[in-house]
Design a protein around this ligand. Structure first.
Ligand code: SF4
Ligand code: SF4
Length: 163
């Protein structure tokens, strides 16, 4: 019984060594799986679901976006001086499903590919209709990061190449 335990421990140790070896090999071999963000950024593929952008001029205030949202991330606001209610979004909750965009009857919501806007506080993640309307730009793109595309690689599975 003791012998069996020793064999299994040695086998487990061997597997750990193997995993560490694979990690070290990938650390020094090209192409790397990770990129030097924010000097480089990976351009998402078509259909990628990033942040949602609100276009107030197209909104009829129907509230369908808030009703369909499975995460209760979209909320309607009554704004002073406006007859119609307008949506705001809570990125603490949003799961980027895109339902709100699909259901909007007027195309007032648009899925963008922005995925790297960072916030210092939780409150910053809750956008009022006014904030929701503002274009959000990737900070890396703003700083002039060089774009990379992900491509299949026979050896590694994936690699990143200049866009
Ligand atoms: S993308 Fe999905 S989770 Fe996010 S606000 Fe729209 S419906 Fe809600
Ligand atoms: S579904 Fe579209 S039109 Fe209706 S409230 Fe939302 S953004 Fe406005």
């Amino acid at each position: 019984m003791k012998k069996l335990g020793l064999v299994s421990a040695l086998a487990s140790f061997g597997r750990h060594l193997l995993a560490i070896g694979v990690g070290i090999r990938y650390l020094f071999s090209e192409p790397r799986m990770t990129v030097r963000y924010p000097e480089y950024y990976i351009v998402p593929e078509e259909g990628y679901r990033g942040e949602v952008r609100f276009h107030r001029d197209k909104c009829i205030g129907c509230g369908l976006c808030a009703r369909i949202c499975p995460a209760s991330a979209m909320k309607m606001y009554k704004l002073p001086g406006e007859k119609r209610m307008r949506p705001g979004i809570n990125y603490q909750r949003c799961i980027f499903c895109g339902y709100c965009v699909s259901i909007c009857p007027t195309g007032a919501l648009e899925l963008t590919q922005v995925n790297d806007v960072a916030c210092y506080t939780l409150d910053e993640m809750v956008l009022s209709p006014d904030e929701f309307e503002r274009e959000r730009v990737s900070p890396a793109v703003k700083e002039g990061a060089r774009p990379l595309k992900t491509r299949f690689d026979d050896r590694r599975g994936l690699k990143h190449v200049p866009d």
